[in-house]
Design a protein around this ligand. Structure first.
Ligand code: MG
Ligand code: MG
Length: 258
């Protein structure tokens, strides 16, 4: 069941996703060699609560933290840990969710820890570009497959693996609503995009093979070949005029420059 949102509901979703963007910016300011992923999780939880929201991931299907933090070969759903110390050259994908005023925010960003290798920087850049290319297709009258195909074509043109097991989703009062938004597929296929739909588009792109392994902790998804993966996520409202992006990466990118 796809729920269409009113303008008022879309503004509440925007409020949540701006708070997620600000939280990711705050986390980004603290990403450096020597910090643990558990410290980043505490920073995020405090920040979210100080802004009148609650962390949407904490306790979700039993998830034990406020952020999913996935380092290098970890694709998504990594559990923050005091044992995981970030090192120069790592990349760290941070996925954040908030719940406030009855609605959910959900966005993700992959950060570099200090200087990363050129080929890793390219993976990050291409994954973000794939998100932008998918988002450009997110308008009323198109279909989910138009988004999926745009993401897949861009990632695969660089020889990267597009993860099949996980996908984007509708967003609203619940974190995961219909429709699913795969990162691979065919143009012109899948559910019709309608004014008032809100979806999360979230390419998970592997430098090597698309194959992933689900770790025994019950959460972490990593690449089978242990090459790095990147993950960026936007929440987007579907409009007749085109995509209305509710997430704001400029807040994160400005914080990284400061
Ligand atoms: Mg997310
Ligand atoms: Mg999501």
């Amino acid at each position: 069941m796809i729920y269409l949102k009113t303008d008022e509901e879309i503004e509440l979703l925007r409020e949540n996703n701006i708070l997620v963007s600000k939280t990711l910016a705050e986390v980004g300011r603290h990403i450096r060699p020597g910090v643990t992923t558990l410290e980043l999780d505490r920073i995020a939880e405090e920040f979210i609560r100080a802004h009148g929201a609650v962390p949407a991931f904490l306790g979700y299907q039993g998830f034990p933290a406020s952020l999913c933090i996935s380092v290098n070969e970890q694709v998504v759903h990594g559990i923050p840990s005091a044992k995981q110390v970030l090192e120069e050259g790592d990349i760290v994908s941070v996925d954040c969710g908030t719940f406030m005023k009855g609605f959910v925010g959900d966005s993700a960003y992959t950060f570099a820890v200090g200087e990363v290798a050129g080929e890793v920087r390219q993976l990050m850049d291409v994954t973000k570009e794939a998100l932008y290319k998918g988002t450009a297709q997110a308008k009323a009258g198109n279909r989910v497959g138009d988004i999926s195909a745009a993401v897949q074509a861009h990632a695969e043109s660089f020889g990267y693996g597009v993860v099949r097991e996980l996908e984007g989703h509708g967003l609203g009062r619940k974190m995961h609503e219909d429709p699913g938004v795969p990162n691979y597929g065919a143009r012109g296929r899948g559910p019709l995009l309608k004014e008032g739909m809100v979806i999360c588009i979230e390419p998970m792109i592997n430098m090597g093979s698309k194959a992933v392994v689900f770790e025994r902790d019950g959460w972490t998804v990593r690449t089978r070949d242990r090459k790095p993966a990147a993950h960026y996520e936007f929440a987007v409202a579907i409009r007749k005029e085109g995509p209305d992006v509710l997430t704001d990466f400029s807040i994160i990118e400005q914080a990284l420059k400061d």
